[in-house]
Design a binder for this molecule. Structure first.
Ligand SMILES: NC(=O)c1ccc[n+]([C@@H]2O[C@H](COP(=O)([O-])OP(=O)(O)OC[C@H]3O[C@@H](n4cnc5c(N)ncnc54)[C@H](OP(=O)(O)O)[C@@H]3O)[C@@H](O)[C@H]2O)c1
Length: 275
């Protein structure tokens, strides 16, 4: 088995590094690039020397980590060189399996959507494997997605768009909330660096506690909210402003945008920015 990663950019490099850290040898990883001027840098960053597309075998997993707008050119390049049993795992946002199957003239195509956490092997990834995949082929997909963090299989491909809105954009929502808390800390006199560290540690502590305790978000919120206390005062302002409705509307907007980008890419549109 060999993992052939096509696209040695941000995500491709992260996947290569994660696979090495998970115990795979560098001989079992091929990192395919089209810009050889960056080879030394990519090698230095990942531990894998990039190169041209090797000749592929039925045991290979080909991981696609190029931008969605490069998908059709890549498809044209790969078409005809994919052995029938080789597994293609696309990590491109918004490019459907149907589109890839057509572009690649290949039927074993799965999709995965890692998120920012992958850079520190803490990804919240979702993946979809079509029912036609064999048990062994699915295990190969799992091996790749689990190398960079935790991964959940979804039963319908469309749920990848939900995951894009939830987990792909999720770090930005958390950062937005962190920004607001930090702003008040600064406005009320805590020096900048300390304000940032204080909020960061607050988020970290809440996550660590939730992981160990197993409480739901609502349960922990209720536990730390004493009647008439400080937290209750803050939550009352949010309740009156119907902030929950606004936040849910915002996340639904991300979902609708993910669906829209998917339709654009089917029509060959170029505005395919990801999460
Ligand atoms: N970044 C993330 O955390 C993340 C998370 C989830 C999903 N994704 C998805 O991952 C994909 C890549 O994102 P990214 O941020 O890693 O983009 P990126 O940094 O631009 O990397 C894409 C790389 O693919 C290369 N490439 C394009 N066409 C190629 C071809 N035919 N053969 C070989 N290499 C080719 C590009 O080369 P050039 O430099 O020559 O253009 C570039 O190095 C996107 O589809 C995105 O939706 C990314």
């Amino acid at each position: 088995m060999r993992i052939v990663i096509v696209g040695a950019g941000n995500l491709g490099s992260v996947i290569a590094k994660s696979l090495l850290s998970s115990g795979l040898s560098s001989d079992a990883i091929a990192l395919v690039t089209r810009d050889f001027s960056k080879n030394d840098l990519v090698h230095q960053n990942t531990g894998v020397r990039p190169g041209e597309l090797p000749s592929l075998t039925n045991d290979d997993v080909i991981v696609l980590t190029v931008k969605p707008q490069d998908a059709s050119a890549l498809g044209a390049g790969l078409r005809g060189s994919l052995p029938p049993k080789a597994v293609v795992l696309s990590m491109m946002a918004g490019v459907s399996i149907a589109t890839l199957t057509e572009q690649l003239a290949h039927s074993n195509v799965a999709r995965a959507m890692p998120n920012l956490g992958a850079r520190v092997r803490e990804s919240a990834t979702t993946y979809y494997v079509p029912p036609s995949f064999s048990f062994e082929q699915e295990k190969l997909v799992e091996q790749v997605v689990r190398s960079c963090g935790q991964a959940w299989k979804v039963e319908r491909e469309e749920l990848i768009d939900v995951a894009t809105a939830v987990a792909g954009s999720g770090p930005a929502y958390v950062c937005w909330l962190g920004e607001q808390i930090e702003a008040v800390a600064r406005e009320c006199g805590i020096p900048g660096g300390n304000a940032h560290a204080l909020v960061l540690q607050t988020l970290k502590g809440a996550v660590a506690y939730l992981e160990i305790d197993g409480a739901t978000f609502a349960e922990l919120r209720e536990r730390v909210t004493s009647p008439n206390g400080t937290t209750a005062a803050a939550l009352e302002v949010l309740r009156r402003a119907e902030a929950d409705t606004t936040v849910r509307r915002a996340i639904r907007a991300a979902f609708e945008r993910a669906v829209e980008l998917g339709s654009d890419s089917k029509r060959g549109g170029s505005d395919s920015r990801s999460a």
